[in-house]
Write a protein that binds this ligand. Structure first.
Ligand code: NAP
Length: 436
């Protein structure tokens, strides 16, 4: 390819960070962008991580999808990095490669019984209720008592979904099978457990208040004396969190069918059960607090996401080492032409919107490098993929899935109902539509 061709950039991952990066790139007049994803559907964690009842956050998809209107952007779904395409191939075929793969794994507690049936990560539970095609189904029949470990926004999301009446969730995009499973649960108690105090919790105040205001629930707090917390030394959000909890406990009804129990200053010591989880043993992390055992049919650890290493790409402690988005070798030396955005760049913290500024930083450096570094002759990846039978899905395939989901939603009275089965998604992906 002659070097006066427009610059070509590959983005690995079509989640919010990848799409914000693509939008920043196409704002530049010539750049062409190919966005790769393992799935035939774009939007990553916006589609499979943001809670189904948070419609306003999900609506960010409309803004992110605008990037696909550019003729200089292609979506290549069903291409798995490491299996269908390697880092070396992308580097050879593009002027620059951006890794936008997020944090696809989760952290572990490292305690006895953690892997008993009935115990899993909140990430897996969220993927299930969000209709991710790889998610293991979650049996809910007979679930009365659930324990959520961690007090971040993901913990708040899963606790709220468990405590809500399933009827209130039928207007969301949850798959029909998920709604049916949630209807089988007989939730009575949901415990939300922090290893520090309410003033240290990482949940944000609006998300906490939404949980506390779940209709029909009773609320208790254990393990801390809210009145003894010195407001004066707290930051505003921590003060608002403590005040919200105190108000919710004071206003709680004395009797309720469903209870939210907030337990602070305790960490799980072990999960017990014969063949499946039946209880969680907690030990105190503050002087004066007591050990406690809580019955549990379902345990969700919500203690943070974790990045996954990409074959052929440097990786350190859950992230790709980088300087403001420029990928570095493990010894800190430069690795020209490769960039990172989103959670794989900075770790699993921040809201969807945080990715816009983050992507702008990386893209600014990428464009700076393109302008100052000599161009290379690029290889033709499309032909290489085709030769080995890799047939990426495209935007038309995604639009067909999109329309089918909207049509399914119409039947249930929701805006959309997710299609969660691989075979249904693949049926809608037509590689060879044949003669018109
Ligand atoms: P997070 O905010 O980092 O919360 C992780 C929680 O796990 C903390 O309470 C942490 O306690 C606890 N933890 C960590 N290791 C533990 C251990 N070994 N034992 C017991 N507890 C442990 O992470 P997240 O909830 O996964 O959320 C990730 C990001 O997504 C956050 O930035 C969040 O705000 C964002 N998010 C936003 C929304 C929303 O806006 N609606 C929804 C979901 C997620 P310590 O603080 O003591 O370490």
């Amino acid at each position: 390819m002659p070097t006066d061709e427009p610059p070509r950039v590959a983005i690995v991952g079509a989640g919010p960070s990848g799409l914000f990066a693509a939008a920043a790139l196409v704002a530049h007049p010539d750049v062409r962008v190919d966005i790769f994803d393992r799935l035939p559907t774009p939007f990553g964690l916006l589609r499979y991580g943001v809670a189904p009842d948070h419609a306003s956050i999900k609506a960010v998809a409309t803004t992110l999808a605008r990037v696909f209107e550019s003729e200089r952007v292609r979506f290549l779904g069903l291409v798995e990095f490491g299996r269908d395409v390697t880092a070396a191939e992308l580097v050879a075929a593009y002027d620059a490669v951006i890794y936008a793969v997020g944090a696809a794994d989760d952290r572990h507690l490292g305690i006895p019984g953690e892997d008993l049936p009935g115990s899993r990560s909140a990430r897996q539970f969220v993927a299930w209720y969000s209709g991710h095609p790889d998610a293991e189904p979650q049996p809910m029949a007979g679930v009365h008592d659930a324990v959520v470990i961690g007090v971040g926004n993901v913990a708040v999301d899963v606790a709220r979904i468990l405590l809500k009446e399933p009827a209130a969730l039928s207007v969301t995009d949850m798959p029909d099978a998920v709604l049916a499973a949630l209807r089988e649960a007989e939730i009575e108690h949901v415990w939300l457990v922090g290893r520090r105090g309410p003033e240290h919790a990482t949940f944000t105040t609006p998300e906490l208040r939404e949980l506390l205001e779940t209709p029909g629930i009773g609320i208790t707090v254990t393990g801390c004396d809210l009145d003894a917390i010195d407001d004066a030394v707290l930051e505003r959000h921590a003060r608002a969190n403590v005040a919200s909890i105190a108000r919710a406990v004071a206003d709680s009804p004395a009797t309720a069918d469903r209870w939210l129990h907030l337990l602070f200053w305790h960490r799980p010591a072990g999960l017990d059960g014969e063949g499946r989880v039946q209880a969680v043993r907690f030990e105190p992390t503050a002087p004066g607090a007591e050990a406690l055992t809580v019955p549990a049919d379902l345990v969700l650890r919500s203690i943070g996401y974790r990045g996954v290493p990409l074959p052929g790409v440097p990786y350190d402690e859950g992230r790709i080492p980088n300087l403001e988005g420029r990928v570095l070798e493990l010894d800190g030396s430069a690795r020209p032409g490769e960039y990172a955005v989103g959670w794989i760049k900075r770790g699993p913290v921040g809201l969807i919107g945080s990715n816009k500024k983050d992507a702008a930083e990386t893209v600014a450096h990428l464009l700076e490098d393109l302008a100052t570094q000599p161009r290379r002759l690029l290889t033709d990846l499309d032909t290489a993929l085709d030769a080995r039978g890799v047939r990426p899905s495209d935007l038309a395939d995604w639009r067909r899935i999109d329309e089918a989901e909207i049509a399914r939603g119409g039947i249930r009275g929701s805006e959309r109902t997710k299609i969660e089965a691989w075979h249904d998604l693949l049926d809608l992906v037509r590689h060879d539509p044949g003669p018109a």
